[in-house]
Design a protein around this ligand. Structure first.
Ligand code: ADP
Length: 625
């Protein structure tokens, strides 16, 4: 709904900002409180892009809030710089630059270690502000005398020196911040940020440089923080040293958690509740210092009972009221209008169709003039401590071939695939793909070259829809591993919707494009798992047990699907279902105890005594299972 009418949110925001001064004072909000809410709200837009969209919880945003604020305030108070808005932008740029440097360090770790690094770095900034830089920052006194903005347009001089005129100034910047933030989250970069949040490992495996995307989110959050910090000084006519303090970062996290993450508006709503309660408990109820205790209890209750924050709670109520399926993504596409039975019928009809003779041709990325095998591995060995998972494997696959790999559990098949896609580095040996030595490369670069795999255990972006999943994969082929097109609309990427649609058709999910992955049946998830790999247009596709866990009927459907996919494509399939694999593959390689036992046509393999030995413990006869 919102995707198709993207200006709805912007219009509602503008309306809300216009109406707020007429409504909020009647609810007990002082003008100064409303202004503070706007500053927090702007601060929180960047933080939500980092936390809500990318899944990176930073407890160090005060470092950037303080940096932007003090740079702007220093320029305006100490350096005699006359332009308020220009100073705010300089503060923002300084903060973004600092964010880039901090991000380079902090993003080397994930999870709790990332969070702890951000805390430590923010503490360093706080110390530096108070001690070595006290002459510039005013130390514990802060910087008083920050001027209010005014614009002399010749015919009129606009002064923003009262609470309500400052509201207009702050509301303008908040609105601009939301417009920019919405563009970012609706851009290809925004889509990939959500992929990073959902499944960073798969986001890299489908060809995205997730480190650069995380750094982008970190810098964006720092830039928003820097600008908001500058506005804080302007709003209060004083830049307070506590902008740099840990409790600023902690309050930001708590306000966002109260309001709701992944919506861009969470901090604004959370700050509204927080500051209102603070005023109400302190002044109206006269609780004095005990207000923090009550606020703490309210926070715990809100987070426990509204797991997706106030906005998430309202959205859930709305969905309940209109009987819609629960789905939290702010840029969600509409649900399918078909019932489950109708979808099943359409899926069966799709399956009954003859496969397209030329399904989604793979992109050929080989170096010009190369005519050798598509893949050649020599002496490939992987040692885990004392265990040899793979030992001196020589393996060649030609263009257009469909190769099967079988072997008992623990034979080293998955390890072999992981080495071929550069997920794990071989202990020794060499891998040449399309004439290029890819040994030691990373999984992202190898996917960009046209070699990827589907996983034995599904690796999907679970909270996103089928279409969004395939879009994430297709974007890597269409945009490369990193591009900073943060203001580009997904609709403006040539070939994207066609590529997603072709993949949907290829994996028989045309009736489920807007269903969240978590609501798919297992067989559909397996097909989407293959679809993710396919959407990157690989010239060599590796499938690790694509039939694993499927019912007999789903197996028949999936074998048909694999036959259709294999046309004009080179594929290697690992599976335990030998009937299916012998039906599909032209040649089969058998691995045992990390070595190649034998290689040949399905008939040769079925009748091979060594294979009989490996599988059936030496019972002679044709291998059937
Ligand atoms: P298969 O896919 O044929 O079942 P795997 O490649 O998963 O076999 O495993 C081959 C051997 O390598 C097994 O003995 C397994 O325990 C071992 N192995 C696989 N991955 C690791 C790892 N990350 N660390 C240590 N041992 C591993």
């Amino acid at each position: 709904m919102l995707k198709q009418r993207p200006l709805v949110i912007e219009t509602l925001t503008a309306l809300g900002l216009i109406l707020a001064p007429f409504i909020l004072p009647h609810l007990g909000f002082a003008p100064n409180t409303i202004n503070r809410i706007l500053v927090w709200g702007l601060f929180g837009i960047g933080f939500d892009i980092l936390f809500g969209f990318t899944g990176l919880l930073s407890f160090g945003q005060s470092a950037f809030y303080g940096t932007g604020g003090f740079v702007a305030a220093y320029l305006l108070t100490q350096a005699g710089f006359p332009h308020v808005v220009t100073s705010l932008f300089i503060g923002m740029i300084a903060s973004a630059a600092v964010g880039y440097l901090v991000g380079l360090i902090a993003l080397r770790r994930t999870g709790i270690y990332f969070a702890m690094i951000t805390v430590a770095i923010a503490e360093v900034f706080f110390f530096v502000e108070f001690n070595p830089l006290a002459d510039w920052t005013g130390g514990e006194n802060g910087l008083p005398g920050v001027p209010t903005p005014h614009f002399d347009l010749g015919f009129a001089d606009f002064q923003f020196n009262t609470s309500w005129s400052l509201y207009v100034f702050l509301a303008f910047w908040y609105f601009l911040g939301i417009v920019v933030g919405l563009r970012i989250v609706r851009s290809p970069v925004g889509t990939i940020l959500r992929a990073v949040r959902e499944n960073p490992m798969r986001a890299s495996a489908v060809g995205h440089n997730i480190h650069s995307y995380k750094l982008t989110a970190f810098v964006i959050a720092a830039a928003y923080a820097g600008f908001a910090g500058g506005l804080l000084g302007v709003m209060q006519a004083f830049m307070p040293p506590d902008a740099f303090m840990f409790h600023t970062s902690a309050e930001l996290v708590m306000m966002t958690a109260i309001g709701g993450t992944g919506t861009l508006f969470g901090t604004l709503v959370g700050a509204g509740v927080w500051l209102f309660l603070q005023d109400f408990l302190q002044a109206a109820l006269g609780l004095g210092a005990a207000w923090k205790l009550v606020l703490g209890v309210v926070f715990v209750l809100l987070v426990c009972f509204l797991r997706h924050g106030i906005i998430g709670g309202i959205a859930d109520l709305y969905r309940l009221a209109v009987g819609k399926r629960a789905h939290r993504e702010p840029v969600a596409a509409p649900a399918s209008a078909l019932t489950a039975e109708e979808e099943q019928e359409v899926a069966e009809a799709e399956l009954a169709k003859e496969p397209d003779p030329f399904p989604m041709a793979p992109v050929h990325r080989a170096s010009d003039g190369y005519s050798g095998p598509i893949l050649q591995a020599t002496g490939l060995t992987k040692r885990y401590g004392g265990l040899l998972a793979n030992s001196k494997i020589d393996f060649t696959v030609n263009h257009g071939e469909l190769r099967g790999i079988i072997g008992p559990n623990g034979a080293g098949k998955s390890t072999f695939f992981k080495m071929l896609t550069c997920e794990v580095a071989p202990t020794s040996g060499k891998i040449v793909f399309e004439g290029l030595d890819i040994t030691g490369m990373n999984v992202t670069d190898v996917c960009q070259l046209g070699l990827t795999k589907s996983y034995q255990v599904n690796q999907l972006f679970s909270a996103l829809t089928v279409r969004e999943n395939l879009t994430i994969a297709a974007l890597s082929e269409l945009r490369g591993k990193f591009r900073l097109d943060i203001f580009r609309s997904l609709g403006n990427i040539p070939g994207l919707s066609e590529q997603v649609q072709r993949t949907l058709e290829l994996v028989n999910l045309t009736t489920r494009p807007d269903t969240p992955v978590s609501e798919l049946a297992y067989g559909e998830k397996r097909r989407l798992e293959i679809g993710l790999a396919l959407a990157t247009s690989p010239s060599l596709l590796l499938l690790d047990e694509p039939l694993a866990g499927m019912s007999p009927r789903e197996r028949v459907e999936t074998v048909k699907l694999l036959k259709s996919i294999s046309k004009g494509r080179t594929m290697i399939i690992i599976d335990h279902d030998m009937d299916a694999l012998f039906e599909l593959a032209e040649r089969v390689t058998v691995l045992q105890e990390g070595r190649v036992l034998v290689e040949g046509t399905p008939d040769e393999i079925k009748n091979n005594a060594a294979v009989q030995e490996a599988y059936l413990g030496g019972v002679n006869g044709v291998l059937t299972a």
